[in-house]
Design a protein around this ligand. Structure first.
Ligand code: FAD
Length: 561
């Protein structure tokens, strides 16, 4: 209860400046509402800006225009095969039916928010009913950051997404860059990207792609719409009157101010990946908050604020897992590296236990399921040979280039001239590792992984090397030296949070909606349940439910008590 005066009034207060929050603010403004975005850190964009910028929304107008034969029915079938009954059908249906509407709205009502299809980026379970081998992923159209003016400085950016020598790349190009030495398409793509980068330099432009381009485009649209974005302004608590949320306390310029939100508050402050205490409390051990690649500011503040006013939470034990190399207190995500031919991942007994190329969330689920004393899968070890290093990049280190010195200094890589020596350095049983590699090599030469079907799925092959025959994901490990990297359960962020309904309203445990309170993105329990439908299945729903929340807020009468 609160009788105190407010320092500021808006129609809609949005907490968090990722793509979910920015969508909500933009759509609210588009409906004539007065919106304000508050961001905790000194930079805007959160994980959305650090990301690859993939946006998974089935059957949307960009896909339709590009000629993909998708339909609501197919998408529904697929979502059912991926999510099952884990999430209420009405919420899944809202994602599927409102998704195309959201993308359409953004294209029609902004001049800057623009996406294009990443053709060929298969859904993560393309062989499941309704799955799409050509993919349903969009990515933001690259943008010149100079257009942001002074806001270029405060855009969150990910140094790991930058290519060597200032190369900038799109999602569509990335897979081909890994084939620079092995396919003509790879070579042509390197040339294209190099010319593009050179041209960017010559013309003095600050071109960027991926998630940073997406957030930059949303930022331009917010400016056009006259929506203010306050940096260094964390949400502290929600203000409740009667049974409704009517505003929030926000730290602004070092002073705590009370903001009244006449229609409601949209919580879009990301997950709790950077909160060690919450991770220990909700998630399976071993876990810590440094293996994540998520944004620094994502410490679960909005989830806790929601719980404080009676909201229920779900999926808190899960995350957007990503097998990652442990690198001096951080996680380096391992994506294409797992699909490219000539690498295996083994447990503490030197045995393979999973299709290395499998989608990242499923991979780490398997790590946790199988981890047990004596046969640990956490950590696991990714092992590759010199042939692999001669052909393919490894976490942004181009092929044939030496791994950076800090890899050795911080024990990120272990090298050996024989598998036996490697096993002894890693404390793995040498005979078992030798047997694993011997069996793998026979299967690789035959082109068929009889143990885990690596390279059978269209998703595995997306990041494989088509120049490698007979299987784009399999090659024997024979050429010393051998390299090993410790693999831990990293993540892109957490996926558990406040329970919301089909309108993005935050719910109590009894299923009733908390008036005036909405959530989207990783602050809310994901519509994907325990799985991950395709590249962009976190940002896609964040955008869709940001849109849904704002539409609902526009239709609501102001919250009065
Ligand atoms: C390297 C990387 C690559 C990825 N690639 C993809 C991809 O291609 N496709 C995809 O779908 N997903 C991808 N992800 C995951 C995706 O980026 C996130 O799941 C998604 O961006 C979350 O969006 P959000 O709006 O919930 O939160 P965010 O984008 O993280 O934004 C939340 C914001 O809220 C702010 N905040 C936190 N607490 C407060 C507070 N108290 N008050 C005010 N503000 C607060 C944070 O500082 C942050 O800026 C990737 C993630 C990473 C790290």
């Amino acid at each position: 209860m609160s009788e105190e005066a407010f320092d500021q009034e808006v129609d809609v207060l949005v907490v968090g400046s990722g793509m979910g929050g920015m969508t909500a603010a933009l759509v609210a403004a588009g409906h004539g509402l007065d919106a304000l975005v508050v961001e905790k850190t000194a930079k805007y964009g959160g994980s959305s800006a650090l990301s690859g910028g993939g946006v998974w929304v089935p059957n949307n107008p960009v896909l339709v225009r590009a000629g993909l034969a998708d339909s609501l029915d197919r998408a529904r079938t697929y979502m059912h095969s991926v999510v099952g009954d884990r999430i209420p059908a009405a919420r899944v249906e809202a994602f599927l039916t409102r998704g195309p509407e959201a993308i359409d709205w953004l294209e029609r009502n902004t001049k800057d928010v623009r996406f294009r299809w990443v053709k060929g980026y298969a859904d993560y379970h393309p062989e499941a009913p309704g799955g799409e081998p050509l993919g349903r992923t969009l990515e933001p159209v690259p943008v010149d950051l100079r257009r942001l003016g002074p806001d270029e400085e405060t855009l969150n950016t990910n140094p790991l997404m930058k290519g060597p020598a200032g190369l900038w790349t799109t999602q569509s190009d990335y897979r081909y860059l890994t084939q620079a030495l092995t396919t003509w398409k790879g070579r042509r793509t390197v040339l294209k990207v190099a010319i593009r980068t050179w041209w960017t330099k010559m013309t003095g432009r600050h071109m960027t792609a991926l998630g940073a381009a997406g957030v930059a485009r949303f930022r331009l649209a917010l400016k056009d719409a006259g929506v203010p974005l306050w940096l260094d302004s964390p949400l502290k608590s929600l203000i409740v009157e009667g049974d409704a949320v009517v505003g929030a306390c926000v730290d602004h310029g070092g002073v705590e101010i009370r903001i009244r939100a006449r229609r409601g508050v949209v919580l879009a402050a990301g997950g709790f990946e950077r909160n060690a205490e919450m991770r220990q409390r909700y998630q399976q051990a071993p876990i810590n908050a440094t293996w994540t690649s998520g944004a620094e500011g994502n410490t679960g503040d909005a989830i806790v604020a929601g719980q404080d006013v009676g909201a229920a939470v779900d999926l808190m034990d899960d995350a957007w897992w990503f097998p990652s190399v442990e690198a001096s207190g951080a996680g380096l995500m391992i994506l294409a590296e797992r699909s490219l031919p000539g690498c295996i991942i083994v447990n503490g007994q030197g045995e393979r236990y999973v299709n290395e190329a499998t989608a990242y969330v499923n991979f780490v689920h398997r790590m946790y399921e199988l981890d047990e004393p004596g046969v640990p899968t956490i950590p696991s070890y990714l092992i590759l040979d010199q042939r692999y290093r001669d052909r393919y990049p490894f976490v942004a280190v181009p092929p044939r280039r030496p791994l950076p010195r800090y890899f050795d200094k911080y024990g990120i890589v272990t090298r050996a001239d024989s598998l036996e020596e490697l096993a002894s350095k890693l404390n793995l049983p040498p005979d078992k590792l030798a047997a694993t590699v011997a069996r793998f090599n026979v299967m690789a030469n035959a082109g068929r992984d009889e143990d885990f079907n690596k390279g059978e799925s269209a998703y595995d092959r997306y990041y494989g090397d088509p120049g490698n025959r007979p299987n784009p994901c399999l090659a024997p490990l024979t050429k010393p030296p051998f390299y090993a990297f410790r693999i831990v359960p990293g993540d892109l962020g957490t996926k558990g949070g406040l329970v919301t309904d089909a309108d993005a309203r935050v719910l109590r445990a009894d299923g009733s909606a908390i008036r005036g309170l909405y959530a989207t993105g990783n602050t809310s329990a994901s519509v994907m349940g325990n799985d991950y439908a395709g590249a962009g299945a976190t940002i896609g729903p964040a955008i869709v439910f940001g849109y849904v929340a704002a539409c609902r807020l526009a239709a609501e009468t102001p919250v009065t008590v």
